[in-house]
Each structure stands twice: as structure tokens, then as C-alpha cells.
Design a protein around this ligand. Structure first.
Ligand code: SAH
Length: 222
């Protein structure tokens, strides 16, 4: 076993399982995806600690526990078409790609989107499509989605995302203030939508048309 495999095993046991993530499919995806390949080379040695790390353009790769927890809350299965908003490094995208049929991911910053496309290609992951676009308006050409995951902190749920969530769909989003949010799970039921709050988290802000407005009282980048 390589050093990275051992570090990853320890990360899963000590920070993810120990904090209560139980879904075996999520745990095995976390064991398989090489997180060190999603950060710059000089940070690879820190990739298996339970913290976010800078990925450039003022953005971060999410903390492993939070990636695992959000994925568990999303309840993805092998037939699902998933929309992700906020590709970032592409790490969460790779985890979703292990569990779902298709993953569509939107990233506002072109440079990050291109790097993520390149990484996923190098890892042989082929059931993902990434575009540079404001994800708060969703991806209407491929909607509806079985699952939607938002990986940036939103002031509230962008309406287009709810509209693009299919029957019995599930959506997970960090909602709240610029620096601190709470994970919220939305489920589309036969009648109406159920909303439930989960863990407290700290994501970078969701910008864009239905997110924070830069320079209009909302947070800046970083
Ligand atoms: N889960 C990712 C980290 C995401 S960080 C990882 O593990 O690497 C949040 C990302 O959301 C940032 O890259 C930011 O540029 C992006 N983002 C913010 N607002 C967005 C929007 N409206 N549409 C798409 N991406 C957005």
C-alpha cells in the first residue's frame, strides 16, 4: 500500500467514520478517490488532514468530513443524474461520480473548471460534465435532476435549483451568513417540499444571480 493509501484509510476511520458517517458506499468512495491529486503538489502532504485547503482564485477544496457528510445526506444511487454547483477542485465531483450515473457540475471560475476537467480526465473519470457558468440558475438543458448538491454558502435556496429538482429529488445546500452556514436538505415529495436542517459548516460564498451579489452588501471573494 502506498503512503497515500494509508493516510486516506486513516482519514476515513478517524475523521469521517468517527464523526458518524456510516453509509458504506460513501465511505468506500472516500477511500478510493485520491484527494492529494486535487491540491497543488506542495500541499499534497496535507491532503489527508481534516481541513479545507487553498486551490487558487481565493477558493478552497472542502474539508473531507463535510464532503462525506453532504454526500451521505444526498443519498445518491447508481441510476441518478446529479447537479453540482461549485466544482472547485473537482474532488467532491469525483466522489459523486463514483456513486451516480451522471454528474453535471458548474463552476463560476474558468481556471478552476479547466483544472478540474483535466484532473478528472487524468483519473479516468468519464461520467462527468463540467461547464463554466453561474450555477445559481441551474442547468436547464439537462434538468430535471435526481440530486442537487451546492458546494458554496448561499443566502437562501436559489429558486431555479428547486425548479430543476425532479420528482422525489433531494437537494443539499449550505444556507446562512457569508462566513457560517447550516446544511439544509430539501426533499421533493408527492405534495410540496420538506426542509430539514443538519450540520453547521463554513463554505466560501455562493455568488451569482441568485446568490450573494458582489459589491451590493454581500461578501467579497475570499
Ligand atoms: N467542493 C469543492 C469546493 C468548492 S468551493 C471541492 O471540494 O473542491 C466553492 C466553489 O464554488 C468555488 O470554486 C467557487 O468559485 C464556486 N462558486 C461560487 N459561486 C458559484 C456559482 N454561482 N456558480 C458556480 N460556482 C460557484
Amino acid at each position: 500500500m502506498s503512503d497515500y493509501t494509508l493516510l486516506r484509510e486513516r482519514m476515513v476511520r478517524e475523521t469521517i467514520e468517527a464523526r458518524g458517517v456510516r453509509d458504506p458506499r460513501v465511505l468506500s468512495a472516500m477511500r478510493e478517490v485520491p484527494r492529494h491529486r486535487f491540491v497543488r503538489e506542495h500541499l499534497a502532504g496535507q491532503a489527508y488532514g481534516d481541513h479545507a485547503l487553498p486551490i487558487g482564485a481565493g477558493q478552497t477544496i472542502s474539508q473531507p468530513y463535510v464532503v462525506a457528510r453532504m454526500t451521505e445526506l444526498l443519498e445518491v444511487d447508481a441510476a441518478h443524474k446529479v447537479l453540482e454547483v461549485g466544482t472547485g477542485s473537482g474532488y467532491q465531483t469525483a466522489i459523486l461520480a463514483r456513486l451516480a450515473r451522471w454528474v453535471y457540475s458548474l463552476e463560476l471560475i474558468g481556471e478552476l473548471a479547466h483544472q478540474a476537467i483535466h484532473r478528472l480526465r487524468q483519473l479516468g473519470i468519464s461520467n462527468v460534465k463540467i461547464q463554466t457558468f453561474d450555477g445559481t440558475v441551474g442547468w436547464s438543458e439537462v434538468a430535471p435532476f435526481d440530486r442537487i448538491l451546492v458546494a458554496a454558502g448561499a443566502p437562501s435556496l436559489p429558486r431555479p435549483l428547486l425548479d430543476q429538482l425532479g420528482p422525489r429529488g433531494r437537494l443539499v445546500i449550505p444556507e446562512g451568513e457569508a462566513q457560517r452556514q447550516r446544511l439544509v436538505v430539501y426533499e421533493r415529495l408527492a405534495r410540496g417540499v420538506r426542509r430539514r436542517e443538519a450540520d453547521e459548516v463554513a463554505f466560501v460564498p455562493l455568488l451569482g444571480r441568485h446568490g450573494w451579489q458582489r459589491g451590493a452588501g454581500g461578501p467579497g471573494r475570499g
